[in-house]
Write a protein of this length. Structure first.
Length: 275
């Protein structure tokens, strides 16, 4: 595949920072909620593939403002899918473990039934539904507990832990033990997407790094790497009183074995982008 013929939405975000091919757009150069603008930009570049990364991923903001979540994640994705259909482009959509209800005792597979429990998950699920309804040539790639982008781009859990322990006065932090997930490196996710595009794969693929961990496990790994003298206190998720309901099991497992362990990816991320 000629990767130069790819159009990327959300190209200046966490995952987009690892994309080293194609034409990148951001919300200033492409408003995905404006169908007329989407059609104009897509027809201008006529890409063979569209990598749709633009999304609202702040789970608690989505809960406070569901209309905004649906506007970006559902309608925006519908617009991109419609444009892809018009020009015959393959669409790659990064989705999430949040489309599931978290009640399963083992990691979620690609064919498990969605049942989102918060507005973020539901808005992303509607994006998936639009793509499956409109297109035949698509990749829906699901990730969980994304990390990447370094100090400039990372605003998620990993960065929050690192920024806490930068303060030398911090001697302990709290992390939950009752949320299990599959940490996903943005860098590795892009590599996985390139692999699937090169193989001209279609359909749904879970693409987390291999392995399952609790938030406590991830925090402990970061602290052991950066400031091992800091103590990690285990708590349950009710401690933090967040806006959006968190599900117990965010774990994903892939039907293909191409992703390295989350520990290897995290160690590299901390060494190369934070230390």
């Amino acid at each position: 595949m000629d990767f130069s013929k790819t159009l990327i939405t959300g190209g200046d975000g966490m995952v987009g920072s690892y994309v080293d091919f194609g034409v990148k757009t951001n919300k200033r150069s492409l408003d995905i909620t404006d169908l007329k603008e989407v059609l104009l930009v897509v027809n201008k570049y006529k890409p063979k593939a569209i990598l749709h990364l633009a999304a609202e991923t702040d789970v608690d903001r989505c809960e406070r403002d569901p209309q905004f979540a649906y506007f970006i994640n559902s309608i925006g994705t519908y617009n991109i899918a419609l444009a892809a259909k018009q020009i015959g482009a393959k669409l790659v959509y990064v989705s999430t473990n949040a489309i599931f209800d978290g009640k399963k005792k083992t990691p979620y597979q690609e064919n498990d039934a969605p049942n989102p429990q918060n507005y973020y998950g539901h808005s992303k699920f509607l994006g998936e539904a639009a793509i499956k309804e409109l297109l035949e040539d698509y990749l829906i790639v699901r990730a969980s507990w994304m990390f990447g982008g370094g100090p400039a781009k990372d605003q998620k859990f990993v960065a929050k832990i690192i920024n806490q322990i930068k303060n030398p006065e911090i001697k302990e932090i709290k992390a939950v033990t009752d949320q299990i997930g599959a940490p996903t490196s943005g860098k590795d996710l892009v590599k996985g997407i390139k692999f699937l595009l090169e193989k001209d794969e279609k359909g749904i693929f879970n693409l987390p790094n291999s392995g399952i961990a609790s938030r406590y496990d991830v925090a402990k790994f970061i602290i052991n790497t950066l400031r091992p003298e800091v103590n990690v206190i285990p708590v349950d998720s009710s401690y933090f009183n967040l806006d959006a309901k968190r599900i117990g099991n965010d774990g994903l497992i892939s039907k293909i074995n191409i992703m390295r362990s989350w520990q290897d990816a995290m160690a590299e991320y901390l060494k190369e982008e934070w230390i």
